[in-house]
Design a protein around this ligand. Structure first.
Ligand code: B12
Ligand code: SF4
Length: 648
């Protein structure tokens, strides 16, 4: 049988399509391995890659074009993996597939479909079979029984009795692979790894988590039995990937890698000295200094800590049960051993009051460090969680989907969401103790300042007594009085800093500079490719260029900040240097920042609209009475891509 497996359409955190995450999907690779072992052929399709490579547009043509692409591949069955945030895509594409080929079996699996199997089959007749929980062992039997829909002997299945009928049947069971070492090694060749331009490769480290946080579905999906592949198996997988694709940096995917200390130590021992670096997720109370040291020695480069809330009260309510006294020492210990950290927080808990949110913001603020850029997420209702089970009847929709849900592109998308709250709940929210806008504002405000990167974000907090709750609170008051109803973003944050400190204050320069540099703190002069001037073409200022008027020398400021003894106060205005005009250029995450004199500034200003260089030379000569600028001046601007040929 020829199978087409379809990846999720998850959004990049910052919403920018070039940043779409095109890493191979480990669930689909696991399925491909299982199906191939049973002699089926498998293709994996990733819509994110097609969008990133310009083969698809993120607009109302998305679903039709994707379906047409699938049909052109003539599969015998199509299987979608499902996350709540991407389910709209699966529903729409599958409906078109079914319209064209009513007999094409369409399968679902993954966390979302597992939790909502009956509801999905009852509401959407484009789907035929849902393979619940871990499908590695059941999938080959499902494929075998597909033609006749003979599934009664397979545990963990929900299916439509015949195409288009409303009859749905299911078998009991929650399949779980006890020994993950018994699974076949995945073949990443289903993805064009070399062309994906990846910084690292992900591997599946294990499944299951013994904790029971009320907002998390891991325990109900993978069940509470923590499983980690053996150290030998993990290292074998890394070695294979290193030999085949040349990667030395890996992410060990597991919601909670560090549950079993002994096993983590075994892995550290086995991977040490191989020259790999690796990343994983952890709980603060499932690491200690000694373990962190061993992890660092064996190549651990970064750890993701879900802290979830800075409120002691909410820690208990959401059953994370973290001792918040561990936050500072554990993050510090990780840092001292050279491990970068991500501290992740959530806002929008139903019981979250002002003080709880302030505690979260202040704790988040206290975590910021060059080695730690914390995140603030909006709580989303997820099926299969204790919280959702208790509060499913209360969820509400206001059109704010957060930054994780797939975008709405067709006019019927919103109708689908509104009509099916029990299926599209990730677009909804739980009503909470404060107005919804308070939680949304906090998430978006933190994001606007995160964009400046950890050094500048941390520095700005000094202007607010070191308290992020004070920064966000004042920012909110400012927004309510000047832009009521608007969501905070970087330009509103810049306006706020001007209002708070004065438009010529150095923090305004620093923030504007850092945001344009994408939060990176090192200044590089980017190596540009050679682009000779074409005198016959009009030129304009490159979109990668910003002219920053009346700015401080931010490289100098950052250097002063690094050397400052007193880390609680802003630099004194007497030590921040002179203001000037700077040319700021960003390309491929590299950026340069150079002072320019007023003459150059005026000339570049002329290129804000498309012009021929000869015309600019003429204008400058007329205004200044000086000899005409020669071609080499413009050639330098073109070579360094400060000016680029104007778009037709
Ligand atoms: C890696 C990961 C990511 C990666 C990649 C996601 C991806 N795979 O596309 C990234 C970092 C991008 C990510 C982001 C998010 N994630 Co995430 N992520 C994970 C994580 C840790 C591992 C996924 C994985 O590889 N698992 C291992 C493989 C083998 O398992 P699997 O994919 O589930 O596949 C098995 C079965 O599900 C089944 N199966 C899967 N697909 C199919 C399809 C068919 C046809 C069949 C038959 C069977 C089948 O068979 C597979 C083998 O047994 C999981 C937690 C977890 N432990 O799984 C969370 C998880 C998937 N993420 C989750 C969420 C909520 C998110 C986010 C929305 C936000 C957030 N709060 O983290 C974002 C969204 C991203 C965005 N920007 O839009 C939830 C999903 C809940 C839900 N019901 O949708 C999970 C379960 C974590 C949790 N408990 O909350 N995530
Ligand atoms: S949030 Fe983390 S610790 Fe809590 S249940 Fe989910 S995976 Fe486990």
């Amino acid at each position: 049988m020829k199978l087409l497996l379809v990846d999720n359409l998850v959004m990049p955190e910052d919403g920018s399509l070039p940043m779409l995450d095109v890493h191979p999907n480990l669930g689909l690779l696991a399925l491909a391995a299982a199906a191939e072992a049973a002699h089926h052929t498998v293709e994996i399709y990733d819509p994110k890659r097609s969008l990133k490579w310009g083969q698809l547009q993120y607009d109302s043509t998305l679903y039709e074009r994707t379906a047409a692409e699938f049909l052109s591949r003539r599969p015998d069955a199509v299987g979608f993996t499902t996350l709540g945030c991407s389910f709209l895509f699966a529903v729409n594409v599958a409906a078109i597939l079914k319209r064209h080929e009513p007999d094409l079996p369409i399968l679902l699996g993954g966390p979302h479909a597992t939790m909502l199997d009956r509801q999905i089959l009852e509401h959407f007749d484009q789907f035929d079979v849902i393979v619940r929980h871990e499908a590695d062992e059941t999938f080959p039997f499902v494929l075998e029984g597909l033609e006749l829909r003979r599934f009664e002997a397979i545990p963990g299945l929900t299916w439509r009795v015949s195409a288009g009928s409303s009859g749905v049947r299911s078998t009991e069971g929650r399949p779980k692979v006890e020994n993950l070492d018994s699974l076949p090694i995945m073949s990443y060749d289903h993805y064009p790894v070399a062309e994906l331009n990846l910084d690292l490769l992900r591997i599946e480290a294990g499944r299951g988590c013994p904790f029971m946080c009320t907002f998390c579905s891991t325990a109900s999906f993978f069940q509470r039995s923590f499983r980690l592949k053996s150290a030998e198996r993990l290292v074998k997988e890394l070695d294979i990937l290193h030999a085949r694709y040349g990667f030395s940096d890996f992410k060990l995917d597991h919601d909670m890698f560090t549950v079993n200390r002994r096993k983590v130590l075994e892995f550290c021992e086995a991977v040490k000295g191989r020259g790999y670096s690796w990343r994983a997720s952890a709980r603060l109370d499932c690491v200690d200094e000694e373990l962190l040291e061993k992890m660092a020695e064996s190549g651990c480069a970064s750890l993701y800590f879900g802290i979830e809330t800075g409120s002691v009260r909410l820690q208990e309510i959401c059953k994370k049960h973290l001792d918040l006294n561990l936050v500072r020492p554990m993050l510090e210990a990780a840092r001292n051993f050279g491990i970068e950290t991500t501290a992740s927080f959530i806002t929008g808990y139903p019981e979250e009051e002002r003080q709880d949110q302030d505690d979260t913001l202040d704790m988040l603020g206290s975590c910021i460090h060059p080695s730690c850029l914390p995140q603030l997420h909006m709580l989303a209702p997820e099926p299969g969680t204790e919280m959702y089970t208790r509060r499913r009847d209360t969820i509400e929709y206001d059109g704010y989907g957060g930054r994780y849900n797939a975008l709405l592109v067709s006019p019927t998308d919103e109708q689908l969401i509104v009509k099916n709250p029990e299926i599209f709940q990730t677009y909804y929210y739980y009503p909470a103790a404060m107005p919804r806008s308070r939680y949304v504002f906090a998430v978006e405000a933190v994001d606007a300042f995160r964009n400046a990167g950890p050094i500048v974000f941390q520095y700005l907090l000094r202007g607010f007594g070191g308290r992020l709750s004070s920064l966000v609170g004042q920012f909110r008051d400012f927004a309510e009085s000047t832009n009521p109803g608007n969501r905070p973003d970087c330009s509103m944050a810049e306006e706020f800093l001007k209002w708070k400190f004065g438009s010529s204050h150095h923090v305004v320069s620093l923030y504007g500079y850092a945001v344009r540099a994408g939060g990176s703190q090192e200044t590089n002069v980017s190596a540009s490719t050679s682009h000779s001037l074409d005198p016959a073409s009009p030129y304009q200022l490159s979109p990668q260029i910003s002219i920053l008027h009346d700015y401080y020398d931010c490289a100098y400021l950052l250097d002063r900040i690094k050397r400052q003894q007193d880390r609680t106060q802003l630099l004194d205005e007497s030590e921040v240097g002179e203001r000037s005009t700077y040319l700021h250029k960003v390309s491929n995450k590299e950026f340069s920042y150079a002072r320019i004199d007023p003459g150059v500034e005026a000339i570049l200003g002329l290129f804000e609209q498309p012009r021929y260089c000869a015309e600019v030379a003429e204008l400058v000569a007329q205004v200044t009475g000086m000899p005409k600028l020669d071609a080499s001046f413009f050639d330098d601007l073109a070579q360094t891509e400060i000016i680029v040929p104007a778009m037709a």
